[in-house]
Design a protein around this ligand. Sequence first.
Ligand SMILES: [Cu+2]
Length: 385
Amino acid sequence: MKKWRGILGACALLIGQVAGAQVQDMPGGPKVNQLNLHEGVTQITRDVMWLHWMLLTICIVIFIGVFGVMFYSIWAHRKSRGHQAATFHEHLGVEVAWTVIPFIIVIAMALPATKTVVAMKDTSSADLTVKVTGYQWKWGYEYLDGAAAGVKFLSTLATPRAQIENREPKGEFYLMEVDNPLVVPVDKKVRVVLTAADVIHSWMVPDFGVKQDAIPGFLRDAWFRAEKPGIYRGQCAELCGKDHAFMPIVVEVKSQADYDKWVGEQQKKMAASADDPNKEWTEAELVARGEKVFGANCVACHQANGKGVPGSFPALDGDKIVLGPKAEQIKTVLHGRPGTAMAPFGGQLNDVEIAAVISYTRHAWSNAGKGQDPTVLPKDVAAAR
Ligand SMILES: [Cu+2]
């Protein structure tokens, strides 16, 4: 009796906990208790939803029909009522019917499905083309045409590392926020051309009905025409290493006027921040700049404290390359280490950024004042390219 009371008590506690659990809507994902598919903001997502219900309905009708006849036959024609097994062996009519009917059903399902898949792949006559590059672990966006041609930036996770490490989700968009979202105009056909610089990533935004692998050495494309301004979220959908879960996608769809304004701001920003490699950079300027570059590009592996992750990512604090002659470190950062997670940064960062981040690592932590060549200038990097 006592034992049962204990078990019942435990069950009640468990049910209470589950019922009272804090369930949250997933930003860009399903709502709590959402049963239907996610309704997006493009024609493709509506087509996909329609297909889903159409196919499901056909399947249910077939299911009820087949199982209805089966269970009725088992019940109504059972042996105890004196029924004999029927033989319609080699009955031409039945055999033709059970070949032709399923064939017609399959074609009826395949035609609209194929139409939608073809529409998804039709990236012709786009209003705007953006190149999307997957990196471990961030996204690069580059506008290839239109007024924004030449605008290019990296989009990294904006949730602070400390929050992630302490596992204390804060705010509505925990792990789903980025520093620089992709910005596109409403009601325009946007073509995204995808590739990756290291491993396979996948650019997925459910609200647009887009999910396309980004593969190193290949270009793949997809498109969307968002019909409603707003902020839409997605994630990398291909297991791509340690921080796979930390490369969210944020797309801001703006009205044409707001988009034009944004493009204007981007162009101004580009002009203002254009790193002039001929400028005389002081040591302090380079180190300050390098700390930012390090925070955006290197901390995921080498960590903010420079200690790396033993066994996976080497420490840069006290590292012999960082304390050694500058040429070796310039080479490592520019060209990476083929076959390891250390990517070539030559294509992502400009000479000033590379010189700055190297100078920073040579001044940071316990490296300060220890090694040779503490400051690396943009012209050193330019010469090594
Ligand atoms: Cu990825």
